[in-house]
Design a protein around this ligand. Sequence first.
Ligand code: FRU
Length: 505
Amino acid sequence: MTHDLTLPRARHQDARRSLAERAVLDPHRPRFHFTAPGGWLNDPNGLAHWNGVYHLFYQYNPLAAAHHRIHWGHATSRDLINWTDEPVALVPGTDGPDRDGCWSGVLVDDGGTPTLVYSGRHGERELPCVATGSPDLRSWHKDPANPVIAAPPEGDLTAFRDHCVWRENGKWRQLVGSGIRGVGGTAFLYESEDLRGWRYVGPLLTGDASTGTAADLDWTGTMWECVDLFRIDGADILAFSAWDEGATHYPLYWTGQYEGDTFTPRELHRLDYGQRYFYAPQSTRDALGRRIMFGWLQEGRDEDAMAEAGWCGVMSLPRVVTLGADGRLVQAPVPELARLRREAVHTAAFVVTDGTYVRLDDVAGDQLDIETTLRLAPGAAARLVVRESVDGSERTVIEVSRAADSTTGTLRLHREASSLDPSVDSEPRYGELPLNGDGAVDLRVLVDHSALEIFANGLALAARIYPTRPDALGVGIAAVGAVAMERLDAWQMTAVFDGPRPLWP
Ligand code: FRU
């Protein structure tokens, strides 16, 4: 065999490695977030806590790091942190309603029978399908009656897919995400006795896409992907991901009241300020009564870079979602995550002098959990820097600021200098940060190679960053105005994944 010397060496070697082998060599691959063994991952699906075991299914292409003929990958865990790969649950059919993909859906308990409700894709169309599982949830049988809904409701629709299914008054109810062209995104409500025959009830709620654009905080898009309806501490929440003409914008939620066949909305909020970096979330209630949510951290690099890396798509850390005193959702990583903490650094309180930058020399790494409490005077801002190279040419900045005249603030992520690679996304991200009168901010930052998750007073911002320098490990803090750092605790995080994993477990 002759070698083609025109190919760069690394690329040449890569072509002979499997996706899973290439994936583990990628310095951008997270080590304590869940990722697929290789290939493509998108939405969390079929989330459930079943007989003491957490099940995470996900949109998966084991054949390439590209979105094509989507399968359902499957992993299980007893603690939401350490995962075991399970056999691929759904494979697109050779023909039939899901021959072009098994798109997003949920897992329900049908009188003891684990049952998946998902969107089968055929050509450009998706329709609801059902599959039943063995008692161990390891093998799945597609229902011969698929698709179980033969066509979407009448009308000019932008799309019709993704499912939220629950039991109510002895019947099944289901929402399917959709959009009415010229009107807005919607969730269609259905009812069933047996998960196979469905009666269309009507739209549960329809958005108004005629005013606003994706640049606004409250534009709801022309289609609602992955609708998720749940009750939390007595409040009803309708979460969805705003989509428009193929663009995945951001996750939103309505607070309000679900009663009868309608949802009366009260307030609309961003679920995560990272926009498409926390997309298509799905949640479940676990046996401890907690609302657990995962979202999909999309890539910020281009298709060629993904193909070369052999993998793409990160599952967020599992989040516990509760209701805050102001009626908004409060999010935090599950407490189980603390099991991965190793070497700790505890920094004593200090005042960060106005205009200075303090490099925290004993905190450094690309697998970190950082917790800090900051107190901001009116008009002040604190900047926590992570993944900073020794020469400062690469750095990612998390900024919390307080308005001069009020108790509102802003959480902002600056990624402009996060990578010397000009091809990666470096757009900033930001959102409103409510503050108490004392200007206190509880900030938690999880750094896991290219995955970054930020929680500020319970509000979340997830993103991806791709530093190129191996020494981009530094952490520091800067202040503008009067900033007190009341504490900073940081831990090195151990990996939950090491070597290559089988693409077809
Ligand atoms: C959201 C989504 C869903 C769809 C799935 C396809 O990211 O577009 O609407 O079911 O991904 O993989």
